[in-house]
Design a binder for this molecule. Sequence first.
Ligand code: NDP
Length: 451
Amino acid sequence: MSRFTDKYIAAFMADLLARNPGETEFHQAVSEVLTSVAPCLEAYPHLLDSKIMERMVEPERVIIFRVPWMDDAGEIHINRGFRVQMNSAIGPYKGGIRFHPSVNLSVMKFLAFEQTFKNALTTLPMGGAKGGSDFNPRGKSDAEVMRFCQSFMTELQRHIGQDTDVPAGDIGVGGREIGYLFGQYKRLRDEFTGTLTGKGFAWGGSLLRPEATGFGVCYFAQQMLATRGESFEGKTVVVSGAGNVAQFAAAKAMRLGAKVVTLSDSDGFVFDPDGLDEEKFAYVQQLKNVARGRIKEYAAKYPTAKYYPGERPWGIKCDIALPCATQNELDAEGARKLVENGCICVTEGANMPTTPEAIAIIQGAKLLYSPGKASNAGGVATSGLEMTQNSIRQKWTSEEVDAQLHRIMTDIHEACIKYGTEEDGYVNYVKGANTAGFLKVAGAMMDQGLV
Ligand code: NDP
């Protein structure tokens, strides 16, 4: 990197930290993108002079609101709701809603910032946003979750709409929550539109949307592996998480001929040396999505599996690792174990699951490594396809959606190769994804003037 870019990055980050104190996740996400795109800013001085990066890190709008609700025992609770509308240069704001106790402004801003570039990569016209609440759905009854969702939407509905901002699910927000949120939106606004995605199939949802993020992760990993003449066939795969993304990444890897040996949640992980099969996958879906149980129950059901409380799965020997739970779950120690054990590919399903130190170790060892904004973009891409189907009031078959998902993941992979291939031939997917996304958003912002 040139002396100019080093100095520019240092000054930019010092200002960002001063303006946004304590927002560590947001700092981390900006630092990664800035490091990738600083050479572009040097190469295109008009972007630098237009302060395009300074504009990109300032959300267009941040909404923070009170969410009061009553539990089944009649006790009143107050949560905090957020919607960060980061960037609308290439389309209406689009991004998930997360319900998790760790949600705060920093987490929302990092996710909205990442979403802006991810959405640009999908080739679809979608701006970047993220929302959520520090509400913890774990252990709550359906009625409590419904009352919370209704209270959350009572405020949020003022700020969203099919042509302005289209939320979707994320951690803690699946089909059940989208249903309650949509019901309240429809009641308050008296309109049946595609304002939320991830809807039920009977009322506007797209086929394959639940599977799309996890399937897309594997389609992207297939392309990465193919650059080295490899495939999923016969490989051992470690997956973290047991939610929406993890379930379908594991299922697709298994169907592509790999042995998936782990799943996890925030309490620990299960190691099944025999690997997942269709029967076990159906059990996991029932356990997590219907019974809303914990992953340790898998080890009780299948005695060949072992449960490791309080641990993450990175010490298990594997060829391919798919982190699909949450941010910063794969640290330097985990990365070292993966490298030592001969892992060849790390494809992110979660958003920013790998710490900067771990990325340095993984890339330093020249493993295939892709950031979530490239490899998990299949979810939002299929949400974009759901928006199109809603607008034209049609429904596409799974085959049609799957074909488009394949095409989009292939296009994203090609963009990463185009902008990320280094002099020695190593594909730096971080640089490729950040640069491709940045150039598209920056170009649109330049076209639209100083707004
Ligand atoms: P889910 O809520 O369905 O599942 C999340 C999983 O991650 C659960 O197993 C959960 O365990 C685990 N988890 C959550 N927080 C932590 C933590 N702090 N430490 C360890 N494990 C944790 O969410 P999704 O599968 O939808 O999302 C997973 C990741 O993928 C997130 O980073 C999300 O932003 C990203 N993503 C999701 C998309 C989607 O379409 N859903 C699209 C693109 C990205 P527990 O039950 O114990 O909380």
